[in-house]
Write a protein that binds this ligand. Structure first.
Ligand SMILES: *Cc1c(COP(=O)(O)O)cnc(C)c1O
Length: 442
């Protein structure tokens, strides 16, 4: 059994997080319940920042907040002096509601709407990461109309194919994201942006995928971007002050995952940047990174209550829990693997082989195909670890299940940061027939 961060087994044989008994939490707050180990998030943030500092490199570590977006986590990110990546008007709105410093907000996305771009100008955010030619047109138009400057990065696809699941690779050429580095699109984008009076071109950005374990892929991407920046310097005498190398650092979900320390990936990339700048006499750029999963993933644990059990003789035992693909779609969406423990029986052998099923009406709604947990009965509390990234943020109301509550734990303290949805919340946007006439203000 792998205990993450401040997880421990307390004197009652229960799983504790930051010294808080998770079984008590489940009984007080109900389940499914997502519990975050905030000290672990802070520790990860500090490790990234420290790596750059120890190498003497100016940096920004941006929390890629699509992994888990809420006002409270944005407040913690601000406390840790992180920057923030948002990918939509909704995430930007959340950041503003959290009072996040605008100059450290970076806005991503392959299809930002005109309204979203205006929103970014309204808030005077730190940087837009420009993804395509139509966005260049829109950004120029808005900037010229307002006579307001906007800082931008050019997102490129460096042609690096990291060996991860196809759905989460984005660095290869055939991608919906960014300008191709090899076929001239990135150069064309540069020409359209670099000497515009209202555009502050900061440099280049790439994000090659997610849950990547090989540091080679990151090194190759950094090399490709540096080469291009060096060529722009030679041809146009333009120095990019920023190099943004994205996120995607892999984490440990199960025993099979063997990631490096998150900061080891950063070290690999920074090392190649330092050596290339030295060789080509290019000023060392500020390096920005954008970890999402590797900051928040293993800080999250989801608690469920065990319900029905179904034995298929000679085949398997299904243990059903009170959530599923509605709060964690990753297993159903791309076969993501997780680990579970029986939180109220931590001192019993976690050796009973079962399939953990959700409660949604889909055969594919299985959270863990092959889990090894203590013998469980109705009412036991099951904890699935490492659910902090892309769980709640991808949650839905499928089957009209209300979304879970979220609790932050740190130093023996706990606090509710996202309220559990009620059935009233679930029907909040419904309009009964003929209550509102067409065109009438709702
Ligand atoms: C999703 C995303 C990230 C974060 O990816 P992780 O795998 O969670 O680290 C970083 N940058 C961009 C542009 C992204 O879209």
């Amino acid at each position: 059994m792998h205990l993450y961060g401040t997880q421990s087994i307390n004197e009652r044989g229960h799983l504790a997080i930051a010294g808080v008994d998770t079984v008590d939490l489940a009984h007080t707050c109900g389940t499914p319940l997502i519990v975050y180990d905030i000290a672990l998030f802070r520790e990860r943030a500090k490790a990234f920042k420290e790596t750059f500092k120890s190498m003497g490199i100016q940096s920004q570590v941006a929390y890629a907040s699509k992994a888990f977006s809420s006002i409270a986590i944005y407040e913690i990110a601000q406390q840790e002096d992180l920057s923030l990546d948002v990918v939509s008007g909704g995430e930007l709105f959340t950041a503003v509601a959290a009072g996040f410093p605008r100059e450290r907000i970076h806005f991503h996305g392959n299809n930002k709407s005109y309204t979203e771009l205006q929103h970014a100008f309204d808030e005077k955010i730190g940087c837009l990461v420009i993804d395509n030619f139509s966005e260049i047109e829109m950004v120029k138009e808005i900037a010229e109309m307002r006579k307001e400057k906007m800082n931008v990065l050019i997102r490129v696809t460096p042609g690096v194919k990291a060996s991860t699941h196809d759905y989460i690779t984005t660095g290869q050429e055939d991608s919906k994201f960014g300008f191709d580095l090899k076929n001239g699109q990135a150069d064309e984008a540069f020409l359209q942006l670099f000497n515009h009076p209202y555009i502050g071109l900061l440099g280049m950005h790439c994000h090659i995928g997610s849950q990547i374990f090989e540091s080679d892929a990151f090194r190759l991407a950094a090399e490709a971007l540096m080469s291009k920046m060096i060529s722009w310097h030679e041809m146009h005498n333009f120095v990019c002050p920023v190099l943004n190398l994205g996120g995607g650092f892999g984490i440990r979900y199960t025993d099979e995952d063997k990631p490096l320390e998150p900061s080891a990936y950063v070290k690999e990339m920074a090392t190649i940047v330092l050596s290339m700048t030295r060789n080509y006499n290019y000023p060392v750029p500020e390096i920005w990174i954008e970890p999402g999963r590797s900051l928040i993933g293993d800080a999250g644990t989801t608690l469920y209550t065990v319900g029905s059990t179904k034995e298929v003789p000679g085949v398997r035992t299904y243990i059903a829990v009170d959530g599923g693909m509605s709060d964690n779609i990753r297993p159903a969406l791309y076969g993501a693997k997780y680990t579970a423990v029986t939180a109220n029986r931590m001192n019993e052998p976690q050796s009973n082989r079962v399939t953990i099923a959700g409660k949604c009406c889909e055969s594919g709604d299985k959270l863990i195909e092959e889990a090894y947990i203590a013998k469980t009965t109705y009412g036991d509390i099951l904890a699935i670890t490492c659910t902090g990234a892309y769980g709640y943020s991808m949650a839905s109301n499928y089957n009209r299940l209300p979304k879970p509550a979220i609790v932050f734990c740190e130093n023996g303290e706990k606090q509710l940061v996202v309220r559990r949805e009620t059935y009233e919340d679930v029907i909040r946007l419904d309009i009964p027939l003929q209550k509102v006439k067409w065109g009438e203000k709702i």
